[in-house]
Design a binder for this molecule. Structure first.
Ligand SMILES: [Zn+2]
Length: 295
């Protein structure tokens, strides 16, 4: 007959691992069959003590035992083959994986059916030693998870039926997967829109150009109109990230940065001077009224 394991060892339910071991060692010595060979009661007690120690010294077993308050109630709850609890895992994703969606196989710590006893918790002659009669064992195993395109950090993906196995053949709970998405060196993400900086030459800015720019899913042609200024932002529709709902795709915002050549030689210097004379620009007349802090 099973009893309250804490009472058997004479310790509080809050006792730490060392206390559990010390209580067991003291009692085991006292009721050792070697000492009490003819005393049947002592032998029974010794078995109870050993069983209490087996459960309370095993963190997973103790947790299970604590959850039900007593072995009798645990047996009742477990006997129903109830559904297991949800399990949790975290996956790290790269920006590229988020663009297309991916399939990952994170290692998940969860209870799985005990193969030793076929999840029954019993073996010939008593309890299954491998799972301590619970029918499930804590294992770490890879679980396939489909990650939809467009996930961001902190999204939770629920994978039905991949959580902890219920004791004694009970169905599995769900697996809750939290996502963490790494930074990209070139693309910055804001929700489903993506931002990047692209350098263009001052000649491209002056004359206009068609330039190839990287996009999350490949490449696009950006038409830079003549007279483009540095810091100007161009929107490329539908070149951002897919919305999680799958119904549309965000936009890509390209900020152009002007690259101005340095190290002009005498000839190029003179040519630029000529252009300046042909096209003088009054760039700062509007600022004159602010002189001396006037408004
Ligand atoms: Zn087992």
């Amino acid at each position: 007959m099973r009893r309250d394991y804490y009472a058997v060892l004479g310790i509080a339910a809050t006792a730490g691992p060392r206390e559990v071991r010390r209580a067991y060692q003291r009692l085991a010595r006292q009721y050792s069959p070697d000492v009490n060979f003819w005393d049947e009661r002592a032998r029974e007690l010794f078995e109870e003590i050993a069983e209490a120690f087996r459960v309370l010294a095993d963190p997973a077993a103790r947790q299970m035992y604590d959850r039900y308050g007593s072995v009798a109630r645990a047996d009742e709850a477990l006997g129903e083959g109830r559904r297991g609890d949800d399990a949790h895992a975290v996956v790290e994703l790269t920006f590229a994986e988020v663009v297309r969606g991916t399939r990952v196989r994170p290692d998940v710590q969860r209870f799985s059916p005990c193969a030793e006893c076929g999840a029954t918790g019993a073996r010939e002659g008593g309890r299954c030693a491998a799972c301590l009669g619970r029918g499930v064992r804590r294992v770490v195993e890879p679980v396939g998870v489909t990650v939809p395109a467009g996930v961001d950090s902190g999204v939770q993906i629920r994978v039905a039926g991949e959580g902890n196995a219920g004791p004694f053949g009970g169905p599995r709970g769900d697996l809750i997967v939290s996502t963490r998405v790494g930074e990209h060196p070139f693309f910055q993400r804001k929700g489903d829109s993506v931002h990047c900086d692209v350098p263009i030459s001052v000649w491209e800015a002056l004359l206009g150009a068609r330039i190839r720019v990287p996009t999350p899913s490949g490449e696009a042609v950006l038409v830079v109109p003549p007279g483009t200024t540095g810091g100007q932002v161009f929107r490329l529709r539908g070149q951002g990230l897919p919305k999680l709902t799958g119904e549309s795709t965000g936009d890509l915002y390209v900020t152009v940065r002007l690259e101005v050549p340095t190290g002009l030689d005498a000839r190029t210097h003179e040519l630029v001077r000529q252009i300046e004379r042909l096209m003088p620009i009054e760039t700062r007349t509007a600022l004159e009224r602010y002189r001396g802090g006037a408004q």
